[in-house]
Design a protein around this ligand. Structure first.
Ligand code: MG
Length: 367
């Protein structure tokens, strides 16, 4: 089987809440998503998606994704999309770095492989654990009272895990964490995600001020070393995210005992193939995981669901249903949240069929 055509589509994804705000005053109103379509000479078509969290979160941005896909596509025409490791080696040889660019292409190849095998991607990634898996809700950065109210309202929708966007003024963040903790019930879990936003002295003040609160601390500072310094002076369970973007740093962080949980975002690692490698290593090491992506619509949510559902339940700390945050549906068949949980499709491949009327005309067409 050979890839004969690669097309890409740009889709705007507005938010139900109007805007999403996190550390350092960063904010997005409309997400810029790219959906890739890979056509084969066997008539099988696969889809993938990449959707950066704005241009200022990770080194990734919407137009960059499309430029990179345009750069890589000619190298993939004529290649067999079902040979995932070969495809990834070819992409790495043709374009240094830029993992997010490769993510959508890799995802689309997994979709093809699943359809050819007649199996859901979840099965190909290792198997399905349980009927469904647990989700968290990200609580956009607002005043402490508004964030606590949002937790209560999402709790009524069924969520039991909440990721509080902090990383702002440390004094306000301390209030945010206390206000959020006050509205939780036994069994709920609270994560304070600073998204690299604090300096070390600020992070040190926050973790001390919330010492008696049952809260996880996620990526307090910009660099791995700063995070490690904070990790060593707090007894809160500790999550690393932005600093961990490949196997080398993952191994180092494990050796340094730098984290209790790691956040594996599909595009941060460069696609399902590499995220799965990291997932399997963490499972072997006993490191729990949040499995997700930076952001996305229906196709990414489907891919997240397959990777999360194929992760042993006790090691899956939490996952995300981005398609419930945005107002536009780009594909049929995407998983839908039920309460605070979700499950991967049982259809072959990713189990999604893009809505071509929503995708519109391709912005890239390589044959
Ligand atoms: Mg995070």
């Amino acid at each position: 089987m050979k890839i004969k055509r690669i097309t890409a589509y740009q889709v705007d994804l507005p938010l139900h809440e109007g805007s999403y705000k996190w550390s350092g005053g960063k904010s997005v109103d409309v997400f810029d998503s790219t959906i890739v379509r890979i056509e084969t000479d066997a008539g099988v078509t696969g889809h993938g998606e990449v959707c950066p969290l704005g241009p200022f979160y990770l080194p990734a941005y919407g137009p960059g994704a499309r430029a990179g896909i345009g750069e890589l596509a000619p190298y993939l025409i004529g290649e067999d999309p079902t040979q995932l490791d070969r495809i990834n080696r070819r992409m790495d040889a043709a374009l240094k770095g830029h993992p997010y660019v490769k993510s959508a292409l890799d995802m689309a190849c997994w979709d093809v492989l699943g359809q050819v095998a007649g199996l859901p991607v979840c099965t190909l990634l290792g198997g399905r654990y349980g009927d469904d898996f647990v989700l968290y809700r990200a609580i956009s950065q607002r005043s402490p009272d508004e964030m606590a109210a949002n937790i209560s309202s999402y709790r009524e929708e069924g969520y039991r895990r909440f990721q509080l966007k902090v990383g702002g003024d440390p004094d306000v963040d301390i209030q945010r964490i206390h206000a959020a903790a006050d509205v939780l019930e036994p069994g709920d879990k609270l994560v304070a995600d600073a998204n690299t936003g604090w300096l070390k002295h600020e992070a040190a003040r926050v973790v001390r001020a919330v010492r008696d609160v049952d809260v996880y601390i996620e990526q307090p500072c910009l660099s791995y070393e700063e995070c490690l310094a904070i990790r060593r002076r707090t007894d809160h369970p500790f999550v690393l995210d932005e600093s961990i973007d490949g196997m080398e740093i993952l191994l180092r962080a494990n050796a340094d005992l730098a984290m209790d949980v790691v956040n594996i975002k599909i595009s941060k690692f460069g696609g399902l193939t590499k995220a799965r490698q990291a997932r399997d290593l963490c499972a072997s090491l006993g490191v729990a995981m949040t499995i997700e992506d930076s952001w996305g619509g229906d196709v990414i949510t489907a891919a997240i669901a397959h990777l999360a559902h194929s992760t042993p339940t006790e090691l899956l700390f939490t996952s995300t249903d981005f398609n419930s945050y945005v107002t536009v549906s780009t594909a049929e068949g995407a998983p839908q949240r039920v309460g605070g949980r979700m499950s991967a499709s049982t259809a072959p491949g990713l189990g999604v069929t893009p809505r071509m009327d929503v995708l519109g005309k391709p912005v890239l067409d390589v044959k």
